[in-house]
Design a protein around this ligand. Sequence first.
Ligand SMILES: [Zn+2]
Length: 153
Amino acid sequence: MDYCDWCNLSEEDKRFQVYESKSWFVFLSDEQDYVGRCILVLKRHCNSMSELTDEEWDELRNLVCKVEACLKAVLGAALCNWSCLMNHFYKEEAPDPHLHIHVRPRYDKPIMMNGRIYADSEFGHHYALHKSGVMPEEDREEVFLRLKEWLNR
Ligand SMILES: [Zn+2]
């Protein structure tokens, strides 16, 4: 798909890739409103979960287990909020979404990183859409390295 950004990821886009399976990429999200937030992107162009092949579903199941275990072990997440939304593609006249899935780890205790404290103040509730505060590059890099190392052990 020439026009699809997700089919044409640059090396720069892949800078924060923490894991890769046969059919999926896992990236640390640009947005770290929830520490360790990641995005799973199917490598082939596909519009929805209902169009996944059996093999892609099997891999996704394994990835969900692996990524959840990682976020719990490495960052102390209490649970994970998974979502497949893709709403922004439908602002286009002819929507042709590229399947991706967000995972937001949720925390019942604050996380400490390089002397900074990150708290999930909405714990027990729906994730916030517009959380204030931007994670410094140093902390994002540390989260990236820790997740990548755990997932590729
Ligand atoms: Zn695509």
